[in-house]
Write a protein that binds this ligand. Sequence first.
Ligand code: PLP
Length: 409
Amino acid sequence: MPGFDKSQALYQRARKVIPGGIPGHQTPGLMRRGESPCFIEKAEGCRFWDVDGNTYIDYMCAYGPMILGYNHPKVEEAVQKQRLKGNCFNLPSPLLVELAEYLVALVPSADWTVFGKNGSDVTNYACQVARAHTGKKKIIMAEGAYHGIGAWCNPNTTGITEEDRVNVLTFPYNDPQALQNVVKANKDDVAGLILSPFRHDAFHDQEMPTESFLQGLRALCNPEGPVLIIDDVRAGFRLDLRGSAAYFNLHPQLNCFSKALGNGYPISACLGNKALMPSARKVYFTGSFFMSGVPMAAALATLREMAETKAVEHMFRMGEELKQGLIEQADSLKLEIHYTGPVTLPFMTFANDPAFDKAKTFCARAAQEGVFFHPSHNWFLSAAHGEEEIKQTLRATQQAFEEVKEQFA
Ligand SMILES: Cc1ncc(COP(=O)(O)O)c(C=O)c1O
């Protein structure tokens, strides 16, 4: 059994000087107490080492940003080249233009782009552009969806006023009729509809869009209707290198990316079509670090390497092997699981497990065997996960399933 003494000691120190110790989604509070690491020392490829010296094959990939592998040589080379020149200047580096041109050529529905640091920067911005373009106020989102920490959508309402939410409307995901009803009822005031490319809310099985929902979206979001914003912050570049909208044959007016764009370097992008360019120009969007050159160098190197190595296809192959292996193991032990979402961002839950106790047992045992999963959030594959790692993973998950069977028989 791996020890977590150093992790635990650091966490206790953190709790004294940082509210919550490790705030936000990286909190160890979602894992089984004391049975998973809290701090990472270093990472390489698809593996990381915690501060106690335990090693793991990683299926969280920094919650998405790591897509080519930690410390990827091509990305790090590009990063180092720019770092030696400098990162943060009075004016942008030429990489701003190079990256913008690359992205606009890559993403089918895009004619322009702006850059931020985090996903929330660009989802907030996209809503403002939709309002500036339509002159309307309301933004529609799916119930329970996550679009960042903006006051309009933060799932935790502490410190947020009712007034922050008055212009946000919701509907149940994959229900085209309910969506149409919301639009109709607010006909004169709907600026935009923001949606992730599939349903990937934490604590829920994932849900792919149905064909009738996609058809409804295509019909609704025409140039006269609400602005369609695809929030591809989490899924971006794991379904299709051109963005998940292309995978689903959607033509959104706005696309938001972040996470995997820079293989771990902080960068986000909102891409839009020509019709929205005049409004985009009017929205004031800036940040002290938005123009930093190093993350832009990382993003260019990441996208080029993904294209050259057909990384998305590789992730689908590895993801399918993992899925088949896990389903076979669960079946052979007569454990009912739900394996949902694309195989490159899968999520596995156990039937009759509302508090994720079985999932926590599974994850804790997998961690003991050197594989890191999350019990209540979707997982991520990367291009660095190869055949050998999938085999090693499946040896670990066999033990993990057996432990669940034993404890919950
Ligand atoms: C779909 C989606 N949108 C927006 C965000 C917010 O991104 P960030 O945490 O970088 O602000 C996230 C983060 O998990 C996300 O998954």
